[in-house]
Each structure stands twice: as C-alpha cells, then as structure tokens.
Design a protein around this ligand. Sequence first.
Ligand code: AMP
Length: 116
Amino acid sequence: MSDNCIFCKIAAGTIPCGKVYEDDQVLAFRDIHPQAPVHVLVIPKRHIATLDDVQEVDRADMGHLLERTTHVARLLGVAEDGYRVIVNTRKHGGQEVYHIHVHLMAGKPLGPMLSR
Ligand code: AMP
C-alpha cells in the first residue's frame, strides 16, 4: 500500500466504493464520474503506479487483472455486445490516479476511440 493513494485506500476498504467484484488480488468498482452507461475500474490491490512500472515479476498479476476484467464484463452482462478497455498511462495518457487501473466501458456503441 502506498500512502496517499486513493485506490490503495479503496482496496483497503477505508474509502467506500461501488464494488462490483473482488478477489484476493483485484477489486472492481464503479467509476465515480462514468463516461459510459457501464464504467467500471478494475485495479490490482497491490500498488503499482503505472502500466510502465510493470516488471517481469508482475506478469502473472497483470494477466490475472486482464482476465478478471473479462470476468467482470460477463458479470455485468456486457461481454456479448462488447466493451472497451483502457489503461491511461502517465501525463500524455491522461492518467490522473497513479495506481494502475483498467477502465471497462460499455453499454452503448462507444464510437471512434480517439478524437482528432
Ligand atoms: P485516469 O484518468 O485513467 O487516472 O482515471 C481515474 C478515474 O478514477 C477517473 O475516471 C475518475 O472518475 C475515477 N475516480 C477517481 N476517484 C474515484 C473514486 N473515489 N471512486 C471511483 N472512481 C474514482
């Protein structure tokens, strides 16, 4: 756990969240400012600041994070119609919270990915 990391506090249960799934390694909860009808964040409970900080030793955990994201999509009933997964990374990636999180967005056609 990293001091002053809001997602570590959510993972520890000291800040509430709209939990949709949890196991011993990951937590999935509703984004507080949803950008799609379904907008969930899936995080590792262990603090890693950004995708670019992932090391070889984290491979299995990152695989688990992504596989559990697909599980959450099925739980929420959006897998068949499809969904978008985004991992914003550092400043130019638009990352605001420096604890890796997978955005799972769904519930309507989401359109082109990038605005030009
Ligand atoms: P990013 O810009 O990729 O770092 O995304 C951070 C996301 O975290 C944003 O979509 C925020 O709306 C969301 N967020 C920030 N604080 C909370 C919170 N306490 N509970 C749920 N979502 C949050």
